[in-house]
Design a protein around this ligand. Structure first.
Ligand code: F6P
Length: 357
């Protein structure tokens, strides 16, 4: 008899259902005696005891379905040790609900914040398996996270569509891609769609270098320019500010997002009108792409194996192309960022892509 809990936490992405299906399919092949509980809306469900008993039928037909059948919510890690508005000790409550259901293991699907809480629960003695979800691809210890490839496809489609209209009208366009702290999604979507300038949080930009890039293209007879800009792109000037100074700047910030500020700066320096497109949460929506479906089936299968082996406390990741059990304690709290001197950045630059640095 195996009793497992499942929960999906943080911002959603396309392949959460595919991953849960992988775990359940894998376990169903190994044991006939399986009891599954789905906690609703992430850690909230675990804290407040909102769950439902699931059967294999609940995981049927969901390989291609976006979103999450369990619902999700953001429960910041830094508030986990802070009692809720009614004085409830959240960690104690999560442990109580786990033990009340007599679970053998809790399978937690989520990104960085979710992973930190998963590790906290592991340290508290619960049996945990974590599956790395996020369109941001910023989870340390795995080559790739699920959701990333699906989101690249969407962001890339958005830039492709902008490309044709920009070319027709000889316009400068910014497409803002998700990613506040890391630029993987912007880098891949930008490279895949032939963006001319790519701005990432990891490589602070100089507005004059961006203008140079646009003018250089003009001189070469290319009237349009496409910029792929990460939500967290930052200027060299702002990167030098202290946290306090940056906070002060943001208090008086009037632009809807960083792309509008960059558009305004380009306009002021060149007189060129710059259009901004923000695909936003479309990047997290819709069906998972085939790559993510396969990835999730593989990660899910290994998660099931680890549970059958009673080998807990791991993130199931992809390491150098191989599915691997990665100890949670070794990776929780670390961020995988784009390295400005990495091979891919050098190659992109070599083909003429500007990073505005
Ligand atoms: O972490 C995934 C992510 O989609 C980020 O890329 C994005 O900045 C953020 O979540 C958006 O969060 P929310 O859905 O809470 O607006």
């Amino acid at each position: 008899m195996k009793r497992i809990g499942l929960l999906t936490s943080g911002g959603d992405c396309q392949a959460l259902n595919a991953a849960m299906r992988g775990v359940v399919k894998g376990m169903s092949e190994s044991t006939r005696d399986l009891e599954m509980y789905g906690f609703l809306n992430g850690y909230k469900g675990l804290i407040y005891g909102n769950y439902k008993l699931l059967t294999s039928a609940d995981f049927s037909g969901i390989l291609t379905k976006g979103g999450t059948i369990l619902g999700s919510s953001r429960q910041p890690f830094k508030l986990m040790r802070v009692p809720d508005e009614n004085g409830l000790d959240k960690v104690k409550a999560m442990k109580q609900n786990y033990y009340k259901l007599n679970l053998d293991c809790l399978v937690i699907l989520g990104g960085n914040g979710t992973q930190k809480t998963a590790n906290l629960l592991r340290e508290e003695g619960l049996h945990i398996i974590h599956l790395p979800k996020t369109i941001d691809n910023d989870i340390y210890g795995t080559d790739v996270t699920f959701g990333f490839q699906s989101a690249i496809n969407i962001a890339c489609d958005a830039i492709d569509c902008i490309h044709t209209t920009a070319a027709s009208h000889d316009r400068v366009f910014i497409v803002e891609v998700m990613g506040h702290k890391v630029g993987w999604l912007t880098l891949y979507a930008g490279m895949a769609s032939g963006a001319d300038i790519i701005l990432l949080p990891e490589i602070p930009y100089d507005i004059d270098k961006i203008v140079d890039g646009i003018e250089k293209r003009k001189k070469a007879g290319k009237g349009f320019t496409i910029l792929a800009v990460a939500e967290g792109a930052i200027s060299k000037k702002d990167a030098k500010l202290s946290k306090k100074e940056l906070k002060k700047k943001m208090e008086n910030y009037t632009y809807p997002s960083v792309s509008y500020e960059i558009a305004d700066m380009i306009n002021k320096k060149t007189g060129i009108e710059v259009r901004v497109t923000v695909p936003g949460h479309t990047q997290r929506g819709g069906s998972p792409c085939p790559y993510d479906r396969v990835l999730c089936t593989r990660l899910g299968a290994e998660a099931a194996k680890a549970i059958m082996d009673e080998d807990y406390g791991h993130m199931i990741g992809m390491v150098n192309g191989k599915v691997k059990r990665v100890p949670l304690g070794e990776v929780a709290g670390k961020l995988k960022m784009v390295k400005p001197d990495s091979q891919i950045i050098k190659e992109a630059k070599y083909t003429g892509i500007s990073f505005g640095d």
